[in-house]
Design a protein around this ligand. Structure first.
Ligand code: APR
Ligand code: ZN
Length: 398
């Protein structure tokens, strides 16, 4: 496999540098239409861009919603979706100093330019130029794409990343170099580190950075997909005493037990509102609740499950427009708070490398998140697994 020597700087690009590469990609031609596996052209990186050979990519709920075309303003085809991945730098454009050929990297959909007023502010991980943007479909510097079909038609980018392809081009603000862990090689970790690109960082970071879950606290997690279970794992690592998992799919409970979930609630098991049951289980409500299902009714339940006076609800699910928050403004007077969390509050370029070290040191356990692995040719089956709720993360390899 190319990339055997990653981390050493010895990657042999086989003379691909500065040339257009022809490679395999899974291209989407319309909302909900099956992906087409085909050869595409991947052009060289421009100034401050990086071309990456993808080792693994996985599928997240955000890919699913985007592929289904739920948000019309975000539709653009043909397009290469995918944003959770890991890979090896094949070549870098002019001006890139923090990465070189052969480095092991993960793309981040919520970039960090390190220069804008947001990047310079400690209170946010938003970035003016490279923050997450579902409508963006071309490269920043010239408004063009780095992908095209074999007959020269542009193929659009997705979420600053586009990873359902053997090679991709990404601005360096959206690529993080992961360093080996002391003397330890990265190789045994690359599959799990792939998940740091989105789901795990989003979930664990929401518990650590956004909520700052404290030892002995009570937590409720709504929606036990990879994101929700990563929240639970983050809360477990922080020493939360009770972690209640809420999901309409009882199969998720089995998995959740190994990831810190101490109690389960299936909304369909009982006529009472979920928040009433949670208040009863916790003597008035939890310290922290997390919405990881992308459903407004669930969000309201999560909000009302938080304890009056101090309870904090963290929103992680993606909600399609034009919905508004399902709470009455006066309900905030009861002292519950609500906040959104993007990419777990991590500033990707500067904070993810340290989080990666913690993962390799076993602070959070990530192996159980990978439930399936398939060749990229079976991407349509991999989407079916996510739709059916059978997979947490399915890794695709090229
Ligand atoms: N009540 C409780 N759980 C629900 C409900 C509901 N009404 N509806 C769906 N769920 C559960 C599903 O059964 C599933 O286990 O929410 C979980 C969602 O998990 P995934 O589909 O695997 O999604 P995931 O990748 O974890 O992302 C979760 O975060 O990043 C966003 O867009 C993403 O909104 C999505 C959310
Ligand atoms: Zn994602």
């Amino acid at each position: 496999m190319a990339g055997e020597e990653f981390g050493t700087g010895n990657f042999n690009p086989n003379d691909t540098k500065r040339k257009t590469i022809t490679c395999k990609a899974a291209v989407a031609y319309g909302p909900g239409e099956p992906f087409v596996l085909e050869r595409v052209l991947v052009h060289p990186p421009h100034r401050m861009e990086v071309r990456i050979k993808i080792l693994f990519t996985s599928i997240c709920h955000t890919d699913l919603s985007a592929w289904q075309g739920k948000n019309e303003a975000q539709r653009a085809y043909p397009r290469i979706f995918g944003h959770e991945a890991s890979g090896i730098v094949e070549s870098v454009g002019e001006g890139v100093r923090d990465m070189k050929e052969g480095d092991f990297v993960v793309p981040i959909f919520n970039g960090e330019c390190e220069e804008c007023k947001y990047c310079k502010c400690e209170k946010t991980n938003k970035c003016e130029r490279f923050g997450v943007d579902g409508e963006k479909k071309v490269m920043d510097c010239d408004g063009a794409t780095r992908f095209s079909t074999m007959d020269g038609k542009p193929i659009f980018h997705f979420l600053n990343t586009s990873t359902f392809t053997e090679y991709t081009v990404i601005n360096s603000a959206c690529v993080v170099k992961i360093h080996p862990n002391g003397d330890r090689d990265l190789k045994p970790y690359i599959k799990t580190l792939t998940l740091l690109s989105c789901g795990i960082s989003t979930g664990v970071g929401a518990a650590w950075n956004t909520a700052n879950v404290h030892s002995g606290s009570t937590v409720a997690v709504f929606g036990l997909g990879a994101v929700g279970l990563a929240v639970a794992e983050g809360a477990r690592a922080r020493g939360a005493s009770k972690i209640i998992g809420v999901d309409i799919n009882s199969d998720k409970f089995i998995k959740g037990r190994g990831m810190g979930i101490t109690d389960f609630v299936n909304p369909r098991d009982d006529e009472r509102a979920v928040y009433e049951r949670i208040r009863e289980m916790t003597g008035g409500g939890v310290d922290y609740s997390f919405e990881c299902a992308g459903n407004l009714n669930v969000l309201r339940d999560a909000f009302l499950s938080a304890h009056e006076g101090w309870g904090l609800t963290v929103l992680l699910g993606i909600h399609s427009s034009p919905n508004l928050l399902p709470i009455h403004p006066m309900e905030l007077f009861q002292g519950r708070r609500m906040v959104g969390s993007v990419f777990g509050g991590f500033k990707g370029k500067t904070q993810l490398p340290h989080f990666a070290q913690e993962c390799m040191n076993g602070v959070v356990k990530l192996d159980d998140f990978i439930t399936h692995e398939l060749p990229v040719e079976e991407i349509n089956e991999a989407f079916d697994l996510l739709v059916a709720g059978k997979s947490l993360r399915c890794l695709l390899h090229f």
